[in-house]
Ligand binder design. Structure first.
Ligand code: XIL
Length: 341
Protein backbone atom coordinates (compact mmCIF):
# COMPACT_ATOMS: atom_id res chain seq x y z
CA UNK A 1 0.00 0.00 0.00
CA UNK A 2 1.53 3.30 -1.07
CA UNK A 3 1.73 6.21 1.41
CA UNK A 4 -1.17 8.61 1.59
CA UNK A 5 -0.22 12.17 0.63
CA UNK A 6 -2.28 13.60 3.45
CA UNK A 7 -0.32 11.47 5.95
CA UNK A 8 3.02 12.39 4.39
CA UNK A 9 2.12 16.09 4.66
CA UNK A 10 0.19 15.91 7.93
CA UNK A 11 2.64 18.15 9.82
CA UNK A 12 2.91 20.64 6.98
CA UNK A 13 -0.31 21.78 5.28
CA UNK A 14 -3.54 20.35 3.92
CA UNK A 15 -3.34 18.77 0.48
CA UNK A 16 -6.28 19.54 -1.78
CA UNK A 17 -7.69 18.59 -5.17
CA UNK A 18 -10.05 20.48 -7.48
CA UNK A 19 -12.97 18.20 -8.24
CA UNK A 20 -16.46 18.08 -9.63
CA UNK A 21 -19.39 15.74 -9.05
CA UNK A 22 -17.91 12.88 -11.13
CA UNK A 23 -14.85 12.64 -8.84
CA UNK A 24 -16.81 11.64 -5.76
CA UNK A 25 -17.92 8.34 -7.31
CA UNK A 26 -15.64 5.30 -7.17
CA UNK A 27 -12.94 4.60 -8.20
CA UNK A 28 -11.99 8.31 -8.19
CA UNK A 29 -13.48 8.77 -4.72
CA UNK A 30 -11.14 6.12 -3.31
CA UNK A 31 -8.12 7.99 -4.63
CA UNK A 32 -9.50 11.29 -3.38
CA UNK A 33 -10.34 10.00 0.09
CA UNK A 34 -7.02 8.30 0.56
CA UNK A 35 -4.71 11.15 -0.41
CA UNK A 36 -6.52 14.44 0.03
CA UNK A 37 -7.97 16.33 2.98
CA UNK A 38 -9.30 19.39 1.17
CA UNK A 39 -11.36 19.98 -1.96
CA UNK A 40 -12.06 22.93 -4.23
CA UNK A 41 -14.99 22.89 -6.63
CA UNK A 42 -13.44 23.06 -10.10
CA UNK A 43 -16.53 24.84 -11.48
CA UNK A 44 -19.58 24.32 -9.25
CA UNK A 45 -19.09 27.44 -7.07
CA UNK A 46 -18.34 29.95 -9.83
CA UNK A 47 -20.77 32.84 -10.38
CA UNK A 48 -22.48 31.25 -13.40
CA UNK A 49 -22.99 27.99 -11.53
CA UNK A 50 -24.36 29.59 -8.36
CA UNK A 51 -26.56 32.30 -9.91
CA UNK A 52 -27.31 31.54 -13.59
CA UNK A 53 -30.14 34.07 -13.67
CA UNK A 54 -30.46 37.01 -11.33
CA UNK A 55 -31.91 36.04 -7.98
CA UNK A 56 -32.07 32.35 -8.91
CA UNK A 57 -29.48 30.49 -6.82
CA UNK A 58 -28.51 26.88 -7.56
CA UNK A 59 -26.45 25.18 -4.88
CA UNK A 60 -27.18 21.52 -5.66
CA UNK A 61 -23.93 20.54 -7.38
CA UNK A 62 -21.82 22.55 -4.92
CA UNK A 63 -23.70 21.04 -1.99
CA UNK A 64 -22.90 17.53 -3.17
CA UNK A 65 -19.21 18.35 -2.89
CA UNK A 66 -19.43 20.10 0.49
CA UNK A 67 -21.54 17.26 1.93
CA UNK A 68 -19.01 14.76 0.60
CA UNK A 69 -16.11 16.70 2.12
CA UNK A 70 -17.77 16.88 5.53
CA UNK A 71 -18.72 13.20 5.49
CA UNK A 72 -15.07 12.36 4.78
CA UNK A 73 -13.35 14.73 7.18
CA UNK A 74 -12.11 17.11 4.50
CA UNK A 75 -12.09 20.89 4.36
CA UNK A 76 -13.59 22.87 1.47
CA UNK A 77 -11.95 25.91 -0.14
CA UNK A 78 -14.44 28.25 -1.86
CA UNK A 79 -13.81 29.33 -5.47
CA UNK A 80 -14.81 32.00 -6.45
CA UNK A 81 -17.10 34.91 -5.54
CA UNK A 82 -16.02 37.51 -8.13
CA UNK A 83 -14.39 36.70 -11.48
CA UNK A 84 -14.45 38.17 -14.99
CA UNK A 85 -14.89 34.68 -16.46
CA UNK A 86 -17.66 32.12 -15.93
CA UNK A 87 -19.91 34.95 -14.83
CA UNK A 88 -23.34 35.22 -16.47
CA UNK A 89 -23.99 38.05 -18.97
CA UNK A 90 -26.84 39.50 -16.89
CA UNK A 91 -24.32 40.58 -14.28
CA UNK A 92 -23.03 43.39 -16.51
CA UNK A 93 -26.43 44.45 -17.89
CA UNK A 94 -29.27 46.65 -16.66
CA UNK A 95 -31.79 44.60 -14.70
CA UNK A 96 -35.32 43.69 -15.71
CA UNK A 97 -37.70 46.57 -15.19
CA UNK A 98 -35.01 49.13 -16.01
CA UNK A 99 -35.59 51.36 -19.08
CA UNK A 100 -32.44 49.89 -20.64
CA UNK A 101 -32.99 46.30 -19.44
CA UNK A 102 -30.51 43.90 -21.00
CA UNK A 103 -28.22 46.69 -22.29
CA UNK A 104 -24.63 46.83 -21.03
CA UNK A 105 -24.08 48.83 -17.86
CA UNK A 106 -22.12 52.06 -18.10
CA UNK A 107 -20.05 53.55 -15.31
CA UNK A 108 -22.41 56.00 -13.64
CA UNK A 109 -22.86 55.94 -9.86
CA UNK A 110 -26.20 54.26 -10.44
CA UNK A 111 -24.57 51.54 -12.55
CA UNK A 112 -21.88 50.95 -9.93
CA UNK A 113 -24.54 50.66 -7.29
CA UNK A 114 -26.24 47.93 -9.34
CA UNK A 115 -22.93 46.04 -9.37
CA UNK A 116 -22.42 46.48 -5.62
CA UNK A 117 -25.99 45.37 -4.86
CA UNK A 118 -25.46 42.27 -6.97
CA UNK A 119 -22.19 41.52 -5.21
CA UNK A 120 -23.91 41.89 -1.86
CA UNK A 121 -26.77 39.59 -2.89
CA UNK A 122 -24.35 36.99 -4.26
CA UNK A 123 -21.93 37.01 -1.32
CA UNK A 124 -24.88 37.18 1.06
CA UNK A 125 -26.45 34.08 -0.45
CA UNK A 126 -23.14 32.17 -0.18
CA UNK A 127 -22.67 33.29 3.42
CA UNK A 128 -26.23 32.40 4.32
CA UNK A 129 -26.05 29.01 2.61
CA UNK A 130 -22.59 27.89 3.73
CA UNK A 131 -21.79 29.91 6.84
CA UNK A 132 -18.47 28.60 8.12
CA UNK A 133 -18.71 25.18 6.44
CA UNK A 134 -16.28 26.52 3.84
CA UNK A 135 -13.19 27.80 5.66
CA UNK A 136 -11.96 30.24 2.99
CA UNK A 137 -13.20 31.93 -0.18
CA UNK A 138 -11.50 33.43 -3.17
CA UNK A 139 -13.28 36.76 -3.00
CA UNK A 140 -11.70 37.95 -6.24
CA UNK A 141 -9.94 35.89 -8.89
CA UNK A 142 -7.38 37.08 -11.45
CA UNK A 143 -7.72 40.86 -11.03
CA UNK A 144 -4.05 41.56 -11.88
CA UNK A 145 -3.10 42.13 -15.52
CA UNK A 146 -0.60 39.99 -17.42
CA UNK A 147 0.69 43.26 -18.85
CA UNK A 148 2.81 44.37 -15.90
CA UNK A 149 2.73 48.01 -17.00
CA UNK A 150 -1.07 48.04 -16.90
CA UNK A 151 -1.12 46.55 -13.33
CA UNK A 152 -4.87 45.84 -13.07
CA UNK A 153 -6.81 43.56 -15.42
CA UNK A 154 -9.09 45.69 -17.56
CA UNK A 155 -12.17 43.52 -17.07
CA UNK A 156 -15.82 44.59 -17.18
CA UNK A 157 -15.56 45.11 -13.42
CA UNK A 158 -12.62 47.45 -13.89
CA UNK A 159 -14.34 49.32 -16.74
CA UNK A 160 -17.57 49.92 -14.85
CA UNK A 161 -15.71 51.18 -11.76
CA UNK A 162 -13.09 52.94 -13.91
CA UNK A 163 -10.42 51.51 -11.68
CA UNK A 164 -9.64 48.80 -9.17
CA UNK A 165 -11.88 50.01 -6.30
CA UNK A 166 -14.30 47.15 -6.91
CA UNK A 167 -11.70 44.83 -5.37
CA UNK A 168 -11.79 46.59 -1.98
CA UNK A 169 -15.59 46.81 -2.19
CA UNK A 170 -15.74 43.05 -2.76
CA UNK A 171 -13.69 42.29 0.36
CA UNK A 172 -15.68 44.69 2.56
CA UNK A 173 -18.99 43.34 1.28
CA UNK A 174 -17.94 39.70 1.68
CA UNK A 175 -16.70 40.35 5.23
CA UNK A 176 -19.98 42.05 6.16
CA UNK A 177 -22.03 39.21 4.75
CA UNK A 178 -20.07 36.40 6.44
CA UNK A 179 -19.94 38.30 9.73
CA UNK A 180 -23.70 38.89 9.54
CA UNK A 181 -24.31 35.13 9.71
CA UNK A 182 -21.73 34.66 12.47
CA UNK A 183 -19.11 33.19 10.12
CA UNK A 184 -16.45 35.53 11.42
CA UNK A 185 -13.66 32.95 11.00
CA UNK A 186 -14.15 32.46 7.28
CA UNK A 187 -10.96 33.64 5.54
CA UNK A 188 -11.08 35.93 2.52
CA UNK A 189 -8.48 35.38 -0.22
CA UNK A 190 -7.30 37.16 -3.34
CA UNK A 191 -6.33 34.55 -5.92
CA UNK A 192 -4.26 34.82 -9.10
CA UNK A 193 -1.98 32.97 -11.48
CA UNK A 194 1.54 34.01 -12.40
CA UNK A 195 2.36 35.04 -8.84
CA UNK A 196 5.78 33.46 -9.43
CA UNK A 197 6.42 36.04 -12.18
CA UNK A 198 8.27 38.84 -10.32
CA UNK A 199 6.53 41.71 -12.14
CA UNK A 200 3.03 40.37 -11.69
CA UNK A 201 3.86 39.31 -8.13
CA UNK A 202 4.91 42.84 -7.23
CA UNK A 203 1.73 44.32 -8.71
CA UNK A 204 -0.35 41.90 -6.66
CA UNK A 205 1.77 42.60 -3.59
CA UNK A 206 1.26 46.36 -3.92
CA UNK A 207 -2.50 45.94 -4.29
CA UNK A 208 -2.72 43.74 -1.20
CA UNK A 209 -0.38 45.98 0.81
CA UNK A 210 -2.49 49.04 -0.08
CA UNK A 211 -5.70 47.26 0.88
CA UNK A 212 -4.27 46.20 4.24
CA UNK A 213 -3.06 49.76 4.88
CA UNK A 214 -6.60 50.97 4.12
CA UNK A 215 -8.12 48.47 6.55
CA UNK A 216 -9.69 46.32 3.82
CA UNK A 217 -10.39 42.86 5.30
CA UNK A 218 -8.18 40.68 3.08
CA UNK A 219 -6.89 37.61 4.93
CA UNK A 220 -4.99 35.62 2.38
CA UNK A 221 -3.27 35.30 -0.97
CA UNK A 222 -3.90 32.33 -3.24
CA UNK A 223 -1.12 31.33 -5.62
CA UNK A 224 -2.76 29.41 -8.46
CA UNK A 225 0.63 28.07 -9.64
CA UNK A 226 -0.18 26.81 -13.13
CA UNK A 227 3.47 26.21 -13.96
CA UNK A 228 5.71 24.02 -16.11
CA UNK A 229 9.05 22.25 -15.91
CA UNK A 230 10.64 25.53 -17.04
CA UNK A 231 9.32 27.54 -14.09
CA UNK A 232 11.97 28.56 -11.58
CA UNK A 233 11.19 27.08 -8.15
CA UNK A 234 13.23 29.95 -6.71
CA UNK A 235 10.66 32.36 -8.14
CA UNK A 236 7.82 30.34 -6.62
CA UNK A 237 9.64 30.50 -3.29
CA UNK A 238 10.44 34.22 -3.50
CA UNK A 239 6.76 34.98 -3.92
CA UNK A 240 5.82 33.03 -0.78
CA UNK A 241 8.60 34.82 1.11
CA UNK A 242 7.51 38.22 -0.14
CA UNK A 243 3.89 37.78 0.93
CA UNK A 244 4.99 36.33 4.26
CA UNK A 245 6.28 39.81 5.00
CA UNK A 246 2.72 41.11 4.84
CA UNK A 247 1.52 38.65 7.45
CA UNK A 248 -1.25 37.28 5.22
CA UNK A 249 -2.30 33.65 5.03
CA UNK A 250 -1.21 31.84 1.88
CA UNK A 251 -2.37 28.83 -0.08
CA UNK A 252 -1.30 27.19 -3.29
CA UNK A 253 -4.70 26.94 -4.93
CA UNK A 254 -4.45 25.40 -8.43
CA UNK A 255 -1.13 23.61 -8.86
CA UNK A 256 -0.23 21.80 -12.04
CA UNK A 257 3.19 21.29 -13.66
CA UNK A 258 2.87 21.03 -17.45
CA UNK A 259 5.44 18.91 -19.27
CA UNK A 260 4.13 19.33 -22.82
CA UNK A 261 2.31 16.61 -24.70
CA UNK A 262 4.40 14.10 -26.61
CA UNK A 263 5.53 15.91 -29.77
CA UNK A 264 4.78 14.64 -33.27
CA UNK A 265 7.18 11.80 -33.97
CA UNK A 266 8.65 12.06 -30.50
CA UNK A 267 9.87 8.74 -29.28
CA UNK A 268 8.32 7.29 -26.17
CA UNK A 269 11.58 7.36 -24.15
CA UNK A 270 11.81 11.15 -24.52
CA UNK A 271 8.32 11.57 -23.16
CA UNK A 272 9.00 9.11 -20.35
CA UNK A 273 12.08 11.18 -19.53
CA UNK A 274 9.88 14.24 -19.07
CA UNK A 275 7.64 12.33 -16.70
CA UNK A 276 10.72 11.47 -14.65
CA UNK A 277 11.89 15.07 -14.78
CA UNK A 278 8.43 16.03 -13.51
CA UNK A 279 9.01 13.69 -10.57
CA UNK A 280 12.19 15.55 -9.69
CA UNK A 281 10.36 18.84 -10.11
CA UNK A 282 7.52 17.87 -7.75
CA UNK A 283 10.11 16.60 -5.25
CA UNK A 284 12.02 19.91 -5.26
CA UNK A 285 8.83 21.99 -5.26
CA UNK A 286 7.31 20.19 -2.28
CA UNK A 287 10.64 20.20 -0.42
CA UNK A 288 10.49 23.99 -0.76
CA UNK A 289 6.80 24.13 0.21
CA UNK A 290 7.52 22.07 3.32
CA UNK A 291 10.26 24.50 4.33
CA UNK A 292 7.55 27.18 4.21
CA UNK A 293 4.87 25.09 5.88
CA UNK A 294 4.35 27.84 8.48
CA UNK A 295 3.24 30.12 5.65
CA UNK A 296 0.99 27.69 3.80
CA UNK A 297 -2.53 26.67 4.78
CA UNK A 298 -2.96 24.23 1.93
CA UNK A 299 -1.58 23.10 -1.40
CA UNK A 300 -4.23 22.12 -3.96
CA UNK A 301 -3.64 20.35 -7.28
CA UNK A 302 -5.98 21.42 -10.11
CA UNK A 303 -7.50 18.04 -10.92
CA UNK A 304 -7.57 14.67 -9.22
CA UNK A 305 -5.61 12.96 -12.00
CA UNK A 306 -4.21 13.69 -15.48
CA UNK A 307 -7.41 12.59 -17.17
CA UNK A 308 -9.23 15.41 -15.37
CA UNK A 309 -6.73 18.18 -16.08
CA UNK A 310 -8.19 21.36 -17.54
CA UNK A 311 -5.02 21.77 -19.65
CA UNK A 312 -6.30 19.07 -21.98
CA UNK A 313 -9.25 21.21 -23.03
CA UNK A 314 -7.67 24.66 -23.37
CA UNK A 315 -8.32 26.49 -26.67
CA UNK A 316 -5.19 24.88 -28.01
CA UNK A 317 -5.99 21.36 -26.86
CA UNK A 318 -3.09 19.50 -25.37
CA UNK A 319 -4.61 16.03 -25.52
CA UNK A 320 -1.93 14.24 -23.59
CA UNK A 321 -0.74 16.92 -21.21
CA UNK A 322 -0.02 15.17 -17.91
CA UNK A 323 0.59 17.80 -15.22
CA UNK A 324 -0.59 16.03 -12.05
CA UNK A 325 0.69 13.42 -9.54
CA UNK A 326 -1.74 10.69 -10.62
CA UNK A 327 -2.22 9.25 -14.12
CA UNK A 328 -5.37 8.80 -16.20
CA UNK A 329 -5.49 5.27 -14.79
CA UNK A 330 -5.35 6.72 -11.24
CA UNK A 331 -1.85 5.33 -10.78
CA UNK A 332 0.85 7.11 -8.85
CA UNK A 333 3.34 8.80 -11.18
CA UNK A 334 6.93 9.88 -10.55
CA UNK A 335 5.37 13.20 -9.56
CA UNK A 336 3.55 11.47 -6.70
CA UNK A 337 6.78 9.78 -5.56
CA UNK A 338 8.51 13.13 -5.77
CA UNK A 339 6.07 14.53 -3.22
CA UNK A 340 6.54 11.49 -0.97
CA UNK A 341 10.32 11.86 -1.25
C1 XIL B 1 -11.03 26.07 -15.16
C2 XIL B 1 -11.69 24.70 -15.03
O1 XIL B 1 -10.70 23.77 -14.63
C3 XIL B 1 -12.32 24.30 -16.34
O2 XIL B 1 -13.07 23.10 -16.18
C4 XIL B 1 -13.24 25.41 -16.84
O3 XIL B 1 -13.73 25.07 -18.12
C5 XIL B 1 -12.52 26.72 -16.91
O4 XIL B 1 -11.96 27.03 -15.65
N1 XIL B 1 -7.93 29.59 -13.18
C6 XIL B 1 -9.00 29.43 -12.32
C7 XIL B 1 -9.88 28.24 -12.47
O5 XIL B 1 -9.16 30.22 -11.40
O6 XIL B 1 -11.20 28.53 -12.10
C8 XIL B 1 -9.83 27.69 -13.87
O7 XIL B 1 -10.59 26.49 -13.90
C9 XIL B 1 -8.42 27.46 -14.31
C10 XIL B 1 -7.64 28.75 -14.33
Amino acid sequence: DIPSLQDVLADDFRIGAAIDARDIADPSAQLLGKHFNQITAENHMKPDAIQPTEGDFTFDAADELVDYAEANGMETYGHTILWHSQVPDWWFQYPEGHAEAGEPLGSSDEDRQIMLDRLEAHAGALAEHYGDRIWAWDVVNEVISDNNAEIHRHSRWYEIFEGPEYVSHAFRIAREQFDAVGATDVKLFINDYGTENPGKRDNLYNLVADMIADGVPVDGVGHQTHISLNTSIDHVEQSIEKFAGLGVLQSVTELDVAIGAPGEGEEFPQYEARLIEQGHYYRDLFAMYREHADQLESVTVWGLHDGRSWLRSLTEPRPLESPLPFSDQLRSKWAYWGIVD
